[in-house]
Design a protein around this ligand. Structure first.
Ligand code: GDP
Ligand code: MG
Length: 424
């Protein structure tokens, strides 16, 4: 396999980082193409347990070149904090295994500040932001009011551009939010403190990837969040501010000629959702508390308790279609081992009618889940490594999902650790 994308099918936190870490050693490059430090991709391997935010999950694999593409929000503060943490645990990070696109935009301290100010202003209407500055960052990017990482290497030009952007940004801070302005001196100093640290990593990564393809190298793309958080196709406005779909890869990685050989959609064996927004199969009672405890469903970035519920095949079918997934990695099947009967949401009821297709986002509030119940297996499956050795009811659960989503489930994950999976 030459090119492959690993993408989320649901609301995020499906286990993408875990799957990327598993497959990284088959690839020469691992590329993030959208999103930013709001990601929390958990990886458990020989180095320990990590929640990766900006750094691609291929960073642990020797020989892999990890790239932050032009579609990524590069927050130097978070980036170097993360690099430091990883280095402290023995992970080597240098300009040979990490590159940053010169066309990626910089996430500035005011983006985080504005994220907090806006969520505070919204009060109970808040979106549930991770407060990493992602929404203000992408708004600025599309208003052409960000600074590209590559501009850091052109100091005279940088000074002028920062002045212009800051003049405008201070208007928003002071006039709209009645907050303090940011001084040019402090901002210029902030930039200068990162220039030399960033310099070795900054490259025309689009060109590097084009050349890699010509030379028959293999590339893995790691998406952040999931289909339902995509800005265009997700549950707007409870989406993120970037495109989480595989179809954004040519743009966000700067490699227009790319054709993906495989798109692995990661689906969790039940549903979880962090933050606000409609969530049809949510369990808000003690059943939910039990599932959250069993699945240890607390945000990898924020520590927030995740909302949980049974698997939602209406949403999953839609998510697969959006991603154009060629096959599925089903994660956390081991967590369902405690259940006697396992509910599967196969349809929604909307205004007295049964529907199988994911509706317009604003209709989700009026949808109710329709469940079918499958028998549980009620034995620990975390040590199983072969399909034939899974209990028959666990296989039936997987097959039931597969038949209902019309996409082959090729991998089944039964634990956090790298080797805790079954290939079918
Ligand atoms: P991501 O954002 O999509 O990378 O997913 P997260 O890392 O936020 O959340 C997935 C969580 O489930 C992490 O804590 C993983 O270590 C864990 N995980 C992934 N696959 C499995 C699995 O098959 N079984 C169990 N028990 N945990 C898993
Ligand atoms: Mg996560």
């Amino acid at each position: 396999m030459k090119t492959c994308a690993i993408v989320g099918i649901n609301w995020g936190d499906e286990g993408k980082g875990r799957i990327v870490d598993l497959f990284s050693n088959n690839f020469d490059y691992v590329v993030r193409f959208q999103g930013g430090g709001n990601a929390g991709h958990t990886v458990v391997n020989e180095y320990g347990k990590f929640a990766l935010h900006l750094i691609p999950s291929g960073i642990f694999t020797k020989g892999v070149v990890n790239i932050l593409g032009n579609g990524v929000a590069v927050d130097p503060e978070s980036l170097f904090e993360e690099i430091e943490n990883l280095r402290n645990k023995g992970v080597i990070i240098d300009e040979h295994n990490l590159l940053i696109s010169d066309r990626a935009s910089i996430l500035f301290p005011w983006h985080k500040k504005l994220d907090i100010l806006e969520e505070d202003r919204l009060k109970d209407k808040k979106y549930g932001s991770t407060k990493q500055g992602i929404a203000p960052f992408y708004s600025d990017k599309y208003q052409k009011k960000t600074i590209l990482v590559g501009e850091l290497l052109h100091s005279k030009h940088l000074k002028e551009h920062i002045k212009d952007v800051l003049e405008w940004k201070n208007l928003t801070l002071t006039e709209v939010y009645h907050s303090n302005p940011i001084s040019f001196e402090s901002l210029f100093e902030w930039c200068n403190s990162y220039i030399e640290k960033l310099r070795p990593f900054i490259k025309d990564t689009g060109k590097i990837l084009e050349d890699a393809l010509k030379n028959n190298k293999s590339i893995l793309f790691e998406a952040q969040l999931g289909s339902l958080r995509d800005i265009d196709y997700g549950i707007y406005p409870y989406t993120t501010s970037s495109n989480t779909l595989a179809s954004y890869i040519p743009l966000g990685a700067g490699i227009s000629s790319i054709k993906l050989d495989e798109i692995i959609g990661v689906v969790k064996a039940y549903s979880t959702c962090v933050g606000e927004g409609p969530f049809v199969s949510e369990w808000t009672d003690e059943k939910g508390d039990k599932l959250r405890e069993e699945g240890k469903e607390y945000g990898a970035k924020t520590g927030r308790p995740r909302r949980v519920g049974p698997i939602d095949l209406v949403a999953t079918r839609y998510g697969i279609k959006c991603q154009n997934a060629t096959n599925i990695a089903l994660t956390k099947l081991d967590i369902l081992s405690y259940m006697d009967k396992i509910p599967v949401c196969t349809k929604y009821e909307l205004n007295g009618k049964l529907i199988e297709e994911f509706p317009f986002p604003f209709e989700l509030e009026d949808c109710h889940p329709v469940y079918e119940y499958l028998d549980g297996w009620q034995v620990d499956i975390s040590n199983v490594r072969k399909w034939e050795e899974l209990p028959i009811n666990a296989r039936k659960y997987v097959e039931f999902i597969e038949n209902n989503i019309s996409c082959p489930i090729k991998y089944i994950s039964v634990g956090q650790e790298r080797n805790a999976y079954i290939e079918r």
